[in-house]
Design a protein around this ligand. Sequence first.
Ligand code: KG4
Ligand code: ZN
Length: 337
Amino acid sequence: MIVLGVESSCDECSVAVVEDGTTVLGQVVATQLDEHAPYRGVVPEIASRTHTRWIVGVYQRTLAVAGVSPGDLDAVAVTNRPGLVGSLVVGLSFAKGLAWGLGLPLVGVNHMLAHLYAPQLEAPVEYPFLGLLVSGGHTIIARATSPLSMDVLGTTIDDACGEAFDKVAKHYDLGYPGGVAIDRLARKGDDRAFLFPDASLHPENQRYDVSYSGLKTAVINQLDQFWNGTSEKSPENIAASFERAAVDMLLRRLFRAVGDTGLTRVVAGGGVAANTRMRASLAARTDLQVRFPSPELCTDNGAMIAGLGYHLLQSGRRDSLDLDASARVEGFRSTCP
Ligand code: KG4
Ligand code: ZN
């Protein structure tokens, strides 16, 4: 079964063709990085308008790369949640038009479940496993039990992890995207120049939750309060100290989940999973089998949507042409196909 996957939930415009949920025949990912760089953050209005201009061209190029024609497609899968609604609607409308025009089944895909599916496109990962999804929009520790089900164990109670990187970088004018700039600077900095606190949440019912709003405020507005009194207050030292606090906060929760569940397989995904400190800390845990999808499957992409779409279709799922987009996913704490 050949499934076309459409992804437009944020600032990546991507279409892919995947066979039987595993073989990527072709994929194009067009990033809007340059469109948003002047604003040092994703501007939703610009994102949706750029998708509108690009989506048909990205689709046409994908078919050419994959060497397939529209008549070879068996179904259309599209991200319809969660994400920026204006952006989602562009991909969703395109997918509906295509499915209707070609007389193909349509299926809406949960973007977060798709991220957890992404590594399966490269080499199988056995279920269940722990998923760590960290990007500009999501911060999730989940237990994946099948391609179609996950239990979200922990999430952020306020800002996303990548969002905190981006806001700190924007405030100190460190560069864009913020996470990449901070990662680069942090390699030359003292990570104990500032000793930022880890927000302590109620341990019992929020064992795996994180909070980035307090850390962001501490780094931006209360720097002196957390200074160690000796190190230089340089951009490198701010970056290294912030990165240590942000990454270690999340990994402490992940390692707590490893201890509680006994699961040693971990799948990491999202833009922040490219972070040097995060990768090194995970690699240092030799008792864990940690999988990082390759960069093009780690960030937003159409292949993971087509891949998971295949499993939804196999389970009998079909969506109608009144399928809606939604910014959030309800019932995120339980299994949510
Ligand atoms: O998955 P992604 O490309 O897009 C979405 O947000 O959906 O993730 C982008 C986020 C941004 O917040 C960016 O600053 C962050 O990932 N990021 C990083 C690194 N590379 C990208 N954060 C920390 N370290 C990095 N090396
Ligand atoms: Zn994503």
